[in-house]
Ligand binder design. Structure first.
Ligand code: FAD
Length: 500
């Protein structure tokens, strides 16, 4: 499908991978005129991302596609970490019910099936022009907009551009934006297998991190009969040769043989930890893999990209619709990179920490690691919920108060519906009923003493932070909390000053 001759849009997006398609949908549904292109005519059929979390499912709910996506997901099994002598040294689990965001906290899925749903939904939005099989070749910006040139000769003029053009982002290179290297560079072989009944019977019932110095590797239980192995390669091993079917089956022989399943794909990767130095240059923003890449140990790459665009979408919409103007608009748009870069840096460092634990190649150090982990927990391995590893926002459009920057829960209300289904995703003042105050125009209210929650997830959040109310941003992050009316009035004064 070729693009119509679009000359003027609000936002042009380069790249229709997960970050681009989600951004185009969120903007399109808010009434923004969007042009999105991808140089490939169809989706990338290789199964890359295999896990995502409840924050992303909540974004899919906001987009109106959650019912189509859930059938492609299954709960993520626990991940057990085994040390040098094959003993259990760590266990990653799931937050227990009631689920704070309204969905299973970690699920497995196949990226192509989910991308297909997202693309089909995008095609139904009248104000989004989707140009597939069309590469953006060049762009230049001035004070009033950005002109993009495409390989077929057409031009698009946009007020803002978002580069969702993946890890090798040409937009990032053109803008001369470097990457902070968080110092992780390892060759791995990633193998996806569709395993038959006979093979499934041979495999462990949980996902496994084999923290073995000779060859660290990972087994992930994907949806249905999809199983993934991530196998570290040694410095003298040829990554191309390692990815041949013969070599791959040789790596897998510890678990299964060719009679037990079919290779879906096997590819060698270098796992990196890289974060863009700048996320905005004038009217051009970076998002998704264009802005960061991380090793897949916590399955967060695509999740990070969707967090980026969920953060940027409401800010661009507010500015384009004139709700925030002048210097406040510039500050709001700048807060995107400030918030996301700090968050990605922190999460990538934590992912790297998990990677370092798995990838220890020195036998003595690995034995010391096992000893320390087991000593720290008194010999009884405790559950670490995956979500506990995710950081909060620490900077940007938040006001210092308990719980500010955390992801606010999504309660199920008494009539059975989830909060966002009932209230949408506006600025939302949520109170337990004890902090009664007037809210400024542009802020909606949910008083849980009137419209009660069914499972107590907000009550738990408020108890944890010792507060009675919170002002929640359109991307579900907490701007500020309050315990008294005076604090509420102060936070609204700060809110007004920030956005006006
Ligand atoms: C082995 C592996 C395992 C992973 N596991 C997980 C996981 O479990 N969980 C998770 O969340 N993430 C995971 N990821 C990461 C995830 O796959 C990526 O983070 C995600 O696909 C990035 O999405 P994106 O939209 O930013 O970029 P991409 O998906 O790379 O999309 C970029 C798009 O831009 C297009 N493009 C590029 N240049 C141009 C141009 N000039 N003009 C037009 N179009 C252009 C490309 O064709 C492409 O479609 C994994 C990745 C790998 C490799």
């Amino acid at each position: 499908m070729r693009a119509q001759a679009v000359t003027q849009v609000d936002v042009a997006i380069v790249g229709c991978g997960p970050a681009g398609v989600v951004l185009a949908t969120l903007l399109g549904q808010a009434g923004v005129q969007v042009h999105i292109c991808d140089r490939l005519p169809g989706i990338y059929e290789i199964p890359r991302a295999i896990s995502l979390d409840h924050e992303i499912l909540r974004v899919f709910q906001q987009m109106g596609v959650i019912d189509q996506i859930l059938p492609f997901t299954e709960p993520f099994t626990n991940s057990e970490f085994f040390g040098v002598d094959g003993q259990l040294i760590r266990r990653m689990t799931m937050v227990k019910p009631p689920f704070p965001q309204g969905y299973t906290p970690s699920v497995v899925f196949s990226q192509p099936s989910v991308e297909r749903v997202l693309r089909e939904h995008l095609a139904s939005l009248a104000n989004v022009n989707v140009a597939l099989g069309l590469a953006m070749t060049q762009f230049e910006q001035d004070e009033t907009g950005v002109t993009l040139h495409y390989e077929d000769g057409q031009e698009v003029r946009a007020q803002y551009v978002v580069a969702c053009d993946g890890g090798a982002s040409a937009v990032r290179s053109e803008l001369n934006i470097g990457l902070d290297d968080l110092d992780f560079d390892e060759p791995w072989l990633v193998v996806d297998v569709l395993v038959n009944e006979k093979g499934l019977a041979k495999l462990p019932p949980t996902s496994v991190q084999y923290c073995e110095p000779d060859r660290p590797c990972t087994l992930v239980i994907g949806p249905q009969n999809h199983r993934r192995w991530e196998i570290s390669l040694k410095s003298d091993e040829d990554p191309v040769q390692a990815a041949t079917p013969e070599a791959t089956w040789n790596f897998l022989k510890r678990w299964i043989t060719p009679e037990d399943g079919t290779l879906w794909r096997q590819s060698s990767y270098r796992f990196h930890a890289l974060v863009a130095e700048r996320w905005r240059e004038g009217r051009v923003f970076l998002a998704g893999d264009a802005a960061h890449m991380q090793p897949p140990f916590l399955g967060q790459g695509m999740c990070q990209g969707i967090r980026d665009v969920a953060n940027l979408a409401w800010k661009l919409t507010s500015v384009l619709q004139g709700k925030v103007k002048g210097q406040a608009a510039e500050r709001l748009l700048d807060s995107y990179g400030d918030e996301r870069k700090a968050h990605v840096h922190e999460l990538t460092s934590r992912i790297k920490g998990v990677g370092a634990l798995i990838c220890e190649r020195d036998v003595e150090k690995a034995l010391a690691r096992d000893h320390k982990l087991l000593t720290d927990c008194g010999g009884i391995v405790k559950d670490t919920p995956r979500q506990d590893i995710l950081p909060a926002l620490t900077t940007g459009l938040i006001f210092s108060s308990p719980g500010a920057g955390t992801l606010f829960p999504q309660p199920r209300l008494q009539q059975g519906q989830l909060m966002d289904h009932v209230h949408g995703c506006p600025w939302l003042w949520v109170t337990d009923g004890t902090v009664q105050t007037d809210v400024p125009p542009g802020v909606s209210t949910l008083d849980l003493s009137v419209d009660e929650e069914a499972e107590g997830v907000v009550a738990l959040w408020m108890q944890r932070h010792g507060v009675h109310a919170a002002l929640v941003r359109p991307d579900h992050y907490v701007f500020a909390s309050a315990t008294h009316v005076s604090e509420a009035q102060q936070l609204f004064a700060v809110w007004r000053a920030q956005l006006n």
